[in-house]
Design a protein around this ligand. Sequence first.
Ligand code: GLC
Ligand code: CA
Length: 534
Amino acid sequence: MKWWQEAVVYQVYPRSFKDSNGDGIGDIQGIISKLDYIQYLGVDVIWLSPVYESPNDDNGYDISDYYAIMEEFGTMQDMERLIKEASDRNIKIIMDLVANHTSTAHEWFIKAIEEPKSKYHDFYYFRENAGHVPNDLQSVFLGSAWTLNQEINEYYLHMFAESQADLNWHNKEVRLELYKMINWWLEKGIGGFRLDVIDYVAKDIDNKIITDGPLLHDYIQEMTSQTFSNYDVMTVGETWGADTEKAIRYSDLDGSELSMIFNFSHILLDQAGTEKWDYKALDLIDLKTNFEERQQGLYQKGWDALFWCNHDLPRIVSRWGDDGDYRSESAKMLGTLLHCMQGTPYIYQGEELGMTNVPFKTIDAYRDIETINMYNDRKAKGYSMEVIMDAIRHIGRDNARAPMQWDDGPYAGFSDAAPWIDVNPNYLKINVKNQRADENSVLSYYRKLIELRKKAPYKDILREGDFELIDPKHPDVFAYKREYTKDGLVVICNFRPYPVEFSIRGKEVILTNYQQARQGNLLRPYEAIVYSLN
Ligand code: GLC
Ligand code: CA
């Protein structure tokens, strides 16, 4: 058993978590000031989105120096203090490792341009200018993945923004530089890494293979053996293209690759077309089948990361719950469903309050480069403003990036000054202060969910138990059983805003999102119940 198989992870997006010095931008001292809150929640690990030096075109996912801290966020001393103060509270920090690309402001890229004959030129993917782009590869953020650098008259590859140049991992020196940097951070006592778009790193651009390049697992194994495996740390890869079969390989329990990956296949179930912006209603049967396949496929072979949210995704209560009348019930129901499965659960800041999507009306309220690119792209293609804004409000990344809602004071207690992005106006009602004082709040419920993972006999069932759907064809209820030796749990979740017939029960109620016990065979709107089996 590994420590991270019993852990719960909390993701902090530093820019939006807590501002300590009144410039409207969250920072490391702000996070330190809220460590007591994170400890109170009961989690074991913080995944910190990037805090490295960066021009901030993609909020820190465009790194210009891996060995320095972004000025707006603080100093290296602040960072060391954060690691220390978290560790005093038994909380580990995992950093975000953005190794597929650097900012074009990174010294490697600058040298590649200033001295095109130097070794740095081959750190990236340059192609000569034959009067047109080298091929039709598209950036994830829309438009060509190639940009012409005027100074040396060559194209360079960027799978994301223009200022995020892809590193050439086929160059051994690049990999060694990255391993050196990883070890430098591990020596500071961090608890591991989240690996940004790690399935991109072995790309074969001439054959237009971007994810899952033929050498991907060789590189991951090499990296692990030269870095992570020498420390007792956890690693989680971001892999949008992964399915269960791939997940088994990445997360092989022999430790040769990663601890676990983010498999996004459930998140993609409500995508309607090839672009993330076109969505459809979720079919609950699809969701059930998806988790059944993963839970059973990985059982005793690998390990899953359990998540609904992150800084790139809309709020789950707005997506698959109800952010109106049943906000609190549906947020708790979704938490229950996820946290009782096998894997390591992740909570994105504010998810534990049932924070919702933002109701911003016009594009100037948005900050995210991907959102703004899409807006311009679709406007040029003639989409109606209504359709564009509707997609942004449902899918856009800024839904997750509005400031954390601490209290009902100015700017939700996030800052003394106007924040870099507007606060969601519902902070007056939805905030930490209110929810701490209310034993029936979403926050109090999340604390119970986390506690369940630490308590015998449930902790063994949750960590080791198998998974079986109950009534797999039921269109409204997601129910499953977890069994381990002689113990077991039954988890029942109503996904509808109305009562639904469901007769199955367990022995004793261990946790539920309604105060009064249920009568008869009806489940109330978004009701969730965890029963013991025997
Ligand atoms: C990952 C990050 C996202 C970022 C992208 C490029 O998907 O989670 O925020 O924009 O990689 O680094
Ligand atoms: Ca600040």
